[in-house]
Ligand binder design. Structure first.
Ligand SMILES: [Mn+2]
Length: 378
């Protein structure tokens, strides 16, 4: 094989012809039926008078990647993915603003089209994805907010649909696990990306964003020994939480560990810990695990974190075994610059979804001639 033929790019260009296009056609027909015909001077007759869905990245009403808004929550069931916002920042101990995370992520998510040459996936075609909107949170009462988030997650997960949760601060990690735990027939592993351990019992006398894993790992089928925490480090460390990691036996992987062992080995370690005697794995992605140079819009920034290419590869590697759901937390748009933090949060979610599709774990996977050979690594 010559070098050009061995490129992932060459594979991706060939792969495009194998992807489905039926859902794209359906979207165009739906848009034409509801958005009316464009002016006669417009030659492309798939363009409508009023934009519908993700017609243009810069326009229209934002849902996650422009997928349909599921206004009637009774209709959850049968989809591949339900996107749900949890606009919570009552749990932030420093800078608030993550309550705008779902809006910021949705806004940024209008930019991607859903096709990725490198991944060989078109998410619009491969996933039946809807956006249910946001859970109604109670800003002045985090325990009532937890009850709402817990029920919201249970509603989606118990109907067999993959929840993609747009946070919100990291306090929602606890009710997210509490919501799905009754519906997992066995143990849940947690793969947790963060600069902070988030295992303290309380902050300022309350359960906040530094405490999701103390409480989640009290749930009988979410044992701390299946919790792997990746990217930890820096001078914002929490000694109470660190003692909990030691007492309960969580697995803590620092940035120095990542530098020494490399992303690929770290992914193997993470999968070993999270999946040990577990039936399902939850993916908790705190955007602050990425260096603030690339993700400044967050509540507890800590220099020295992941580079975007490192974290994206690591996410793809750990998603290969399948995940039961994912949360993207701690995106705080008021501190963001040019939407870069929100864009990276969206990208993280899309890379995970794309991997789940490629690995046949979610949605419909394109099957075609190019599948006969293992593609060059991504
Ligand atoms: Mn966190």
């Amino acid at each position: 094989m010559n070098e050009r033929d061995s490129l992932r790019g060459t594979w991706g260009v060939q792969r495009e012809q194998d992807l489905f296009s039926s859902r794209t056609r359906e979207k165009i027909e739906r848009a034409l039926a509801m958005g009316l015909e464009a002016a006669p001077s417009i030659r492309d007759r798939t363009i409508t008078l009023f934009g519908r869905g993700r017609a243009q990245a810069f326009a229209g009403i934002a849902t996650f990647m422009g997928v349909p808004y599921l206004e009637d929550a009774n209709e959850v069931g049968g989809q591949d993915v339900v996107v749900v916002g949890a606009p919570v920042d009552a749990g932030t101990t420093i800078r608030s603003g993550a309550r705008y995370g779902p809006r910021g992520l949705r806004q940024a998510s209008m930019i991607p089209r859903g096709f990725n040459l490198e991944a060989g996936v078109d998410l619009v075609e491969c996933l039946n994805m809807v956006d249910i909107g946001d859970i109604f949170t109670i800003p002045a009462n985090i325990e009532k907010t937890f009850d709402q988030v817990d029920r919201g997650l249970a509603h989606i997960f118990s109907r067999g649909v993959f929840p993609l949760v747009l946070g919100g601060d990291h306090s929602i990690g606890y009710p997210d696990i509490r919501g799905i735990a009754p519906y997992v027939d066995g143990n849940i592993g947690i793969i947790h990306f963060d600069r902070h351990v988030d295992t303290a019992e309380t902050s300022f006398d309350e359960r906040m964003h530094g405490s999701p894993w103390f409480h989640a790992t009290n749930i009988p089928n979410a044992p701390a020994t299946n919790l792997v925490q990746i990217g930890i480090g820096g001078w914002l460390g929490n000694r109470d939480g660190t003692k909990v990691c030691r007492d309960r036996g969580t697995t803590v992987i620092t940035m120095a560990d990542v530098d020494r062992l490399g992303v690929d080995r770290i992914a193997e370690l993470a999968l070993e810990v999270a999946w040990k005697n577990a039936k399902a794995v939850w993916l908790s992605f705190d955007i602050d695990c990425v260096d603030p140079a690339f993700a400044p819009g967050t509540g507890s920034p800590e220099p020295g974190g992941f580079l975007p290419r490192e974290i994206l590869r690591l996410l793809r590697l750990v998603a290969r075994e399948g995940v039961a759901g994912m949360e993207v937390v701690e995106v705080a748009p008021p501190y963001d610059v040019s939407e870069i933090t929100a864009l990276l949060g969206v990208r993280a979610a899309l890379d995970v979804l794309g991997t789940l599709v490629s690995e046949g774990k979610l949605g419909r996977r394109p099957v075609a001639a190019t599948d006969s050979d293992e593609p060059p690594p991504y």
